[in-house]
Design a binder for this molecule. Structure first.
Ligand SMILES: Nc1ncnc2c1ncn2[C@@H]1O[C@H](COP(=O)(O)OP(=O)(O)OP(=O)(O)O)[C@@H](O)[C@H]1O
Length: 559
């Protein structure tokens, strides 16, 4: 039997109408039968990979069953009043909404008078689903009730738990009690216990996911080796259910901040590799970055917005606007180890892990990487591990950052007029590739960087919090971090780092990028192919799109 031949075929009743249903190895199709003929214009094609679960609905307990699924608040029954006298096969599946990256669970009921037929179909579809090895069966959830609009528990109960029950997935749920609870929990867990779980899930924002990743990576770290201790990949993959404020990681992976979509992608399985960046000093790793770290405008905005948490996610807009008006710049120097491959000059938008040319090719550069220094006054400095898409920036503040290329995208926004800065911020909110074309904005693709802020006085020899870049002479003023000057004077000189939405107060940092340390549940990155085609046929880039397989020049735009 060829792959195009159905394994089973029969006529079922769907919504009280006869439908010809065909079961193939990788898909199920159905179309109405009118006067013995199939109406192919209404053909539905469902991939087995998108099937969440399948069950038999016995008419004797149909009410009971129906209540159970309705209690899940996540299903649409195609025909509530049909087939009351017959047994039915219920297929629950995930469907992408039209013109959207959101996925929703759906249900279709197939009725047949012969229970043997129904049982055969049930066994076949069930065996196919069970054969998908990438589907997780036992999950460990960390629910952060503090992040975002403080609705993570509600989101979990209403949007995630019903799907877990429907798909027969086991779960252990821990509500976080305090900052760093997740990291502490994961680092103190035995390896055997941890490996009982197929995935560790953060129900929260980027900060919660960062705590999950930190816990998983810290476990394998030999701290006696100090600064250069090697990092081992996490033994367990991770997943994120967006319930924070910006949810940049979830947006980047799924193209939406919708929690149901996050849960569906996690349950249906499939994962992509993800790089992790580490902030280090000579005593070791201070923290990990999964999304982005920003100094200057975004660091100050986070600093001020922490006092405004009661406002919810709107606090970022308010604090950001106030910081924009203050128009602060910060002086310092950045030493960076640049990528030597051609992707630096011809950047692409990430297609996601193993499907992405740039992620696959990285690390194969023939030339050795080169160190470069940039000095000056900056409105902002951002290191992005991922593109950081979110509702306010559909392409992300770092549109060319890749999930697993082994590099961080470093964006330097140099001193500019207020109008220039506003133009930059507006472009980030639209087609952010155009923000990189502004003359005071520079983008670098780096393996490692060191930022040293300018100091307010001559260093004293007793200072030891020094991070040395390759261009720094020992004892040079640029290499000093702490001094005994007036705190307010220092505050004006220095900003803070916004690391995945968490404050990191030490301005001087050394950051290294580590390829593929984590696998994260994601079936496919948002599909921009249709918009891509439009862009190829037009001379100017449109609001949202992908530069994959096309030449986008940072300075001049589309070539
Ligand atoms: N019970 C708790 N009480 C106080 N803080 C907590 C608690 N649980 C977790 N946290 C902390 O809450 C912080 C914010 O969480 P999270 O990043 O998930 O939300 P967010 O900042 O609103 O979202 P995003 O990072 O996507 O903008 C994290 O740093 C985490 O350490």
């Amino acid at each position: 039997m060829g792959n195009n031949e159905p394994v089973m075929q029969d006529v079922f009743e769907v919504s009280s109408q006869p439908y010809k249903v065909s079961l193939f190895h990788h898909q199920i199709t159905w179309c109405p039968q009118r006067r013995g003929c199939e109406d192919l214009s209404e053909l539905v094609n469902l991939k087995i990979h998108d099937v969440l679960s399948v069950e038999l609905l016995n008419c004797i307990n149909s009410d009971e069953n129906q209540n159970r699924t309705e209690a899940g608040c996540c299903v649409t029954v195609s025909s509530p009043n049909d087939n009351s006298a017959r047994e039915s096969l219920i297929i629950n599946f995930a469907q992408r909404k039209k013109n959207s990256n959101d996925w929703k669970p759906k249900q279709t009921r197939f009725s047949h008078s012969d229970s043997n037929v129904l049982n055969n179909w049930l066994s076949f579809i069930q065996s196919k689903i069970q054969g998908i090895k990438s589907r997780p069966k036992n999950l460990l959830f960390f629910v952060n009730p503090y992040g975002g609009k403080r609705k993570a528990s509600k989101i979990f109960e209403k949007q995630v738990r019903p799907l877990l029950i429907m798909c027969n997935v086991k779960s252990t749920v821990i509500n976080t009690k305090y900052r760093n609870h997740v990291t502490e929990f994961l680092t103190s867990m035995s390896k055997d216990k941890l490996c009982e779980y197929d995935v560790v899930v953060a129900v929260g924002g980027d900060g919660t996911m960062c705590e999950v990743v930190s816990g998983l990576l810290m476990r394998g770290l030999d701290i006696s080796q100090g600064d250069e201790a090697p990092l081992s990949p996490s033994p367990v993959p991770v997943a994120v259910i967006p319930a924070g404020s910006s949810n940049a990681l979830a947006y980047t992976l799924h193209g939406t901040g919708d929690a149901t979509t996050g849960a569906i992608h996690m349950i249906l399985g499939g994962s992509v590799p993800l790089d992790v960046a580490a902030i280090r000093n000579h005593s070791g790793i201070h923290r990990f970055i999964v999304g982005q770290m920003s100094y200057g405008h975004l660091g100050d905005t986070l600093h001020d917005s922490e006092k405004l948490r009661w406002m919810g996610p709107k606090r970022y807009d308010y604090a950001g606007f106030r910081k924009f008006l203050s128009h602060a710049t910060y002086q310092g120097s950045i030493d960076m180890k640049l990528s030597a491959d051609e992707f630096h000059k011809h950047p692409t938008v990430c297609d996601g892990g193993s499907g992405c040319k740039e992620c696959m090719a990285s690390g194969n550069a023939e030339k050795p990487s080169e160190w470069r220094r940039v000095e000056g006054k900056f409105l902002g400095i951002s290191g992005a591990n991922i593109s950081c898409r979110c509702a306010l920036s559909p392409m992300g503040m770092a549109p060319f950052a890749h999930l697993s290329d082994g590099f961080i995208d470093l964006t330097l926004v140099k001193k500019a007029s207020r109008v220039g800065h506003l133009r930059y911020l507006l472009r980030i909110a639209g087609d952010s590739r155009r923000a990189l074309a502004l003359p005071f904005v520079e983008r670098y693709r780096v393996e490692e960087f060191i930022f040293t802020p300018v100091q307010c006085c001559e260093p004293s020899s007793s200072q030891d919090s020094i991070i040395r870049g390759p261009f720094m002479e020992a004892g040079s003023s640029a290499s000093m971090v702490a001094c005994g000057c007036d705190v307010r004077k220092q505050e004006k000189l220095h900003s803070v780092w916004n690391c995945d939405g968490e404050l990191f107060l030490q301005p001087s940092v050394r950051v290294t990028v580590h390829k593929n340390l984590i696998r994260i549940m994601s079936r496919n990155l948002p599909d921009f192919s249709s918009i891509n085609q439009q862009e190829h046929s037009s001379s100017r880039p449109s609001t949202v799109g992908s530069a994959s397989q096309s030449n986008y020049d940072i300075r001049s735009g589309w070539m």
